[in-house]
Write a protein that binds this ligand. Structure first.
Ligand SMILES: CCCCCCCCCC(=O)SCCNC(=O)CCNC(=O)[C@H](O)C(C)(C)COP(=O)(O)OP(=O)(O)OC[C@H]1O[C@@H](n2cnc3c(N)ncnc32)[C@H](O)[C@@H]1OP(=O)(O)O
Length: 255
């Protein structure tokens, strides 16, 4: 998917999305003050200190290339905090007609991919994004996801066995409702457990949930050429956007 200036969400729209996340899920850790007064360096360092491992997209990064800015990762900085595994993650996505499974509904494979990606994000620290891979993924499909929906995958890690290289997580795919109205795929890694991922709330429709076992690889496959963490993060989110077939449409969050 090609990102253009038109498809970048504005900072205001992104802040609005985060505010709504805060309201719905009590995400106290999103540093509201820094969003509101965002200037890139302060914003990034403050956000890092405030336990947000990385934020995508970050349209505030005006000195990066457009593509990098779209997927700016704040934990590429070599801080100790960035090396800490993140126990929670949220992906907001639009699932369009190109993902048709049953008539009028989204294909189960796309739903599984979203759930898998969100748990993978909650499992892997940004400083080592390829450490843990999916060994097992069990998906419960609870309701048809209507084509053309905005959805959120809310993931958290509930157990780790480092000595055995194992990490257990779960994710719930819910209707985003008015919370995210964008065809962009965006993601947030959190350094606190996301309580909202744990249980259903009356306020949202739950389409599916999944449990997963991630296992740390003993040997990594060779990568071809130099690959920065930044590039890996960009590629990974682009791959999610890619398989979702996100169409280039403007951000539609109302302020
Ligand atoms: C910011 C970053 C965001 C990142 C998002 C990324 C999300 C993307 C996630 C993916 O899509 S990953 C791609 C799909 N997955 C793969 O391609 C994985 C392919 N499989 C493998 O590479 C290996 O099979 C694997 C690393 C999972 C395990 O191989 P090992 O040889 O290291 O496992 P080993 O036999 O030593 O087992 C270690 C432990 O895990 C257990 N285990 C391994 N595979 C299992 C399995 N499949 N089911 C259940 N348990 C399993 C195994 O029983 C054992 O437990 P115990 O120590 O308690 O005995």
């Amino acid at each position: 998917m090609a990102f253009t200036e038109d498809t970048l969400p504005s900072l205001e729209a992104w802040k609005c999305f985060v505010r709504r996340l805060e309201e719905r899920y009590g995400l106290r850790e999103v540093p509201r003050a820094s969003w509101l007064g965002a200037q890139r360096p302060d914003f990034l360092s403050h956000a890092l200190q405030q336990r947000v491992a990385y934020l995508l997209p970050a349209a505030v990064c005006d000195d990066l290339s457009q593509k990098e800015a779209r997927f700016c990762s704040i934990s590429d900085q070599s801080s100790t905090e960035a090396k800490v595994a993140v126990p929670g993650a949220i992906i907001a996505a639009y699932v369009g007609r190109n993902l048709q499974g049953p008539s009028g509904g989204v294909h189960g494979g796309a739903i599984a991919s979203l759930l898998d990606a969100s748990i993978g994000m909650a499992t892997n620290p940004r400083s080592d994004p390829d450490g843990y891979v999916t060994a097992q993924l069990v998906v419960n499909y609870r309701q048809i996801v209507p084509l053309g929906s905005y959805v959120l995958a809310l993931a958290y890690v509930h157990d780790r066995e480092p000595a055995r290289r194992k990490c257990y997580g779960m994710s719930r795919l819910v209707d985003a409702g008015a919370l995210a109205q964008s065809t962009d795929t965006c993601a947030l890694q959190l350094q606190r457990p996301l309580e909202a991922a744990r249980r259903d709330t009356a306020r949202e429709r739950v389409y599916a949930d999944a449990t997963a076992l991630f296992v740390r690889q003993r040997h990594r496959p060779e990568t071809h050429g130099e690959r920065s963490l930044q590039t890996a993060a960009v590629n990974r989110v682009e791959s999610v956007s890619g398989f979702l077939g996100a169409q280039a449409r403007p951000w539609r969050a109302s302020l």
